[in-house]
Structures are given as C-alpha cells and as structure tokens.
Design a protein. Structure first.
Length: 380
C-alpha cells in the first residue's frame, strides 16, 4: 500500500480549547461498526451516557442544537475526558482533520481545510507544496471494479497540473487558465474513451510555450466589450450555486447574503483597487488553495469519469473563498491572513463536509451555458 501526504502534514497540532471553532458542531458524526460495538460494551456512568446519547439506528452521536451530545460547555469532548483520551474516539473523531481518499493500492491523506489549525498551515505555507510518499509492504488490497488505466492517466495529468500551478515564474491567472483548459481537453478524451491519446495531450501542455499561448489568449479575450460583464455574471452564477445547497450552520446563509450584497453593490474595480486587494489575496494564497483542492479531489474522477468537473469544483472553491474575502475587504473590515483563514475554513465546513453539497455543486458546474471555460477565464 502506497501513502501520500503534503509536506506540512506532520506539523499539524490540534488547538483544542484554543480553537476558534469546534469540529463537534454542525456535522452529524457517524460511528464506525468497531467503535459502535465497543460503545455497546462500555460499562458504568460513561456506558449509560453512551447508551442514551447514541442514535443506534443511525450509527451516530445525537446532537442538541447542532452540537454533539458529548461536547461540553468549554467546547471540549467529554468522551475524550472520561473515556481515556483518543482511544475512546470513533474513527471519524480519531482521524479528523485528516482526510483520506482511497484508491486501489493508494491512500492519499490531506488535512481538511475546514479545520482552523489545518487552514492556518495551508494558507501560511509560502513554499510550493511537496508531496511525500511512503509504502507499507504488509498491506495490500484489490478493488474488483477499478479502472487502473484511467487512474494512471488521471495521476499523470494531476502531476502536470500541480507542476503548472506551482510554476511561479508566471502569474497565477495564466497557470489556472492552463490547468482548466488541460482538464477540459482531458475530459474530451475520457468521454471518447481515447485514453491512449492522453500522453500526447500532456506532452503538448508540458511545452515551455504553453503559458505564453494562454497569456496571448487571455489578453485577446480581455479586450472584448463584454469581458467585465461576463465576469460579474460568472461571479453571480457561482454564488447562486449556494441557493441549491444545504446550509450546515445557522449563520451561513446570513453571512452569504451579506457578502453577495456587498459584491453586487460594489463599483467596478479599477487597476489600483485590484492591485491593493491582490496584495492581500496574493498569487501564493490562490496557488495554495487550488493545489489543496486539486490534490484532494481531482483523482476521484476515477469513480465518476468527470475530471473537468473536479477541476471546476476545485477552481470554484478557490474563487468563492477569494470573493468572500473580497467582500470583507470591501466592507472595510480587518482583512488579513487571519480573515482569509477563517473564510477558508467556514467555506470548507459548509461545502466539503456535505456529500450532497459536493455532488450538487459538481453537477451544477457542468452547465456549460453558464460555466463555460471562457466564463471561468473571465473571473480568474
């Protein structure tokens, strides 16, 4: 079994009581079968409480006002305090904020952006992310239905995507445009079942001139009369996706409403305004966010064949976090790295921790008449 983690993975430390939020509120915490059996056998006062505070039919902890039954008034876990530490946790609580993507012969582990401490690591990282690999020769498994050829091509494509995204000799806008176009062209070949043509595609996008070509293309597109109008329309369309998603916390929809109102009523920005905002939300911040989303989700296209959708989902995450930070900045609030970190984990908590939200967003982004490749180019 192969394992991959980002280089900052082992730097993570839970902030515990100092955390500005809690991972035990807003989400239904599922209990794995092994832990469920252990909780059934627990005796004494803790055993009685477990008996009452677990939804045994749903295999999850009960919640009260959106908070786990074991989350105390100090935002600490009573199960941890009374049950002997981490050994009392179920798998979900034991592994979070570690996020694991499972493939045949490979586990890719990341730190979830939804955790404030993890978001701080991700967004404070100044250097390009490196990915570390390890192997456990004593563990292996075979998936009965796993398209290993498609997976290999997706991994090759993702390697090139990450290489392009981390080439800091070019503005991030060009890098993002190039990887979006690469994903689009990759999808054409996947849909045609022309997987053996993907190597030629990747060779073309490996050319030293590819970003020069996108520089010329974006410059030409930006001269069109409707470019700024298209940008506003695309931004409105991306925010409208939230109308179709479930809200996991009560304060999320009012927060979104206020942000959208600020952005829609803001005057068209000039070069000086954009430059000032870009000093806050820099190329490095955009790069780290998009690298995070691509690493976490892109290769999952092996299960639904939608590489272009995974890239759109990843790019949308970066853009929406950026625009939410922009709304804070336009409102004159104290916009700094801490504001970006909080905005990022708030977004991730609402989107990444709901399978419904992730699936729905990917589906809605497939509407090419609204979210075509040039629409995305306009808002990069």
């Amino acid at each position: 079994m192969q394992y991959t983690v980002p280089h900052y993975y082992k730097q993570f430390h839970c902030a515990a009581g100092a955390c500005p939020d809690t991972c035990c509120a807003g989400w239904q915490i599922q209990i794995d079968p092994v832990s469920l059996q252990k909780y059934k056998k627990t005796k004494g006062t803790l055993g009685n409480r477990l008996k009452n505070e677990i939804d045994w039919k749903g295999s999850c902890f009960r919640q009260y006002n959106g908070r786990c039954a074991f989350l105390n008034d100090e935002d600490l876990c009573d199960l941890y305090l009374e049950g002997g530490g981490k050994r009392a946790f179920c798998r979900t609580c034991r592994t979070y904020p570690r996020h694991i993507e499972e493939f045949e012969g490979l586990r890719e582990i990341s730190l979830s952006l939804s955790c404030p401490a993890a978001a701080e690591l991700i967004l404070n990282c100044r250097e390009p992310v490196r990915f570390l690999h390890a192997e456990n020769p004593n563990r292996d498994e075979i998936y009965e239905e796993f398209d290993f050829l498609l997976f290999t091509k997706l991994m090759d494509a993702r390697s090139l995507i990450l290489k392009i995204l981390q080439d800091r000799t070019w503005p991030f806008t060009l890098r993002a445009a190039a990887v979006l176009a690469l994903s689009h062209d990759l999808q054409v070949r996947i849909d045609k079942n022309a997987l053996y043509d993907i190597d030629t595609l990747l060779d073309r996008y490996s050319s030293v001139n590819i970003l020069k070509w996108f520089e010329a293309r974006l410059w030409k597109l930006s001269l069109s009369a409707d470019w700024k109008k298209r940008r506003r329309k695309t931004c409105h369309g991306l925010f409208s996706i939230f109308d179709q998603l479930e809200a996991l916390r009560d304060d999320w929809k009012p927060y979104l409403y206020n942000a959208r109102r600020i952005l829609e009523n803001a005057p068209a920005s000039d070069k000086e305004t954009e430059h000032c905002f870009h000093e806050l939300f820099s190329d490095v911040v955009e790069e780290q966010l998009l690298v995070y989303f691509v690493y976490t989700y892109f290769s999952g296209a092996v299960y639904n064949g939608n590489a272009y959708g995974k890239m759109k989902f990843s790019l949308t995450g970066m853009i929406l976090i950026r625009e939410l930070v922009r709304a804070e900045w336009l409102a004159g609030k104290n916009s700094d790295i801490n504001c970006m970190i909080k905005t990022a984990w708030r977004y991730a908590r609402e989107v990444e921790h709901s399978d419904y939200n992730k699936t729905t967003m990917e589906h809605l982004l497939s509407r090419e008449e609204i979210f075509g490749i040039e629409d995305f180019f306009s808002i990069l």
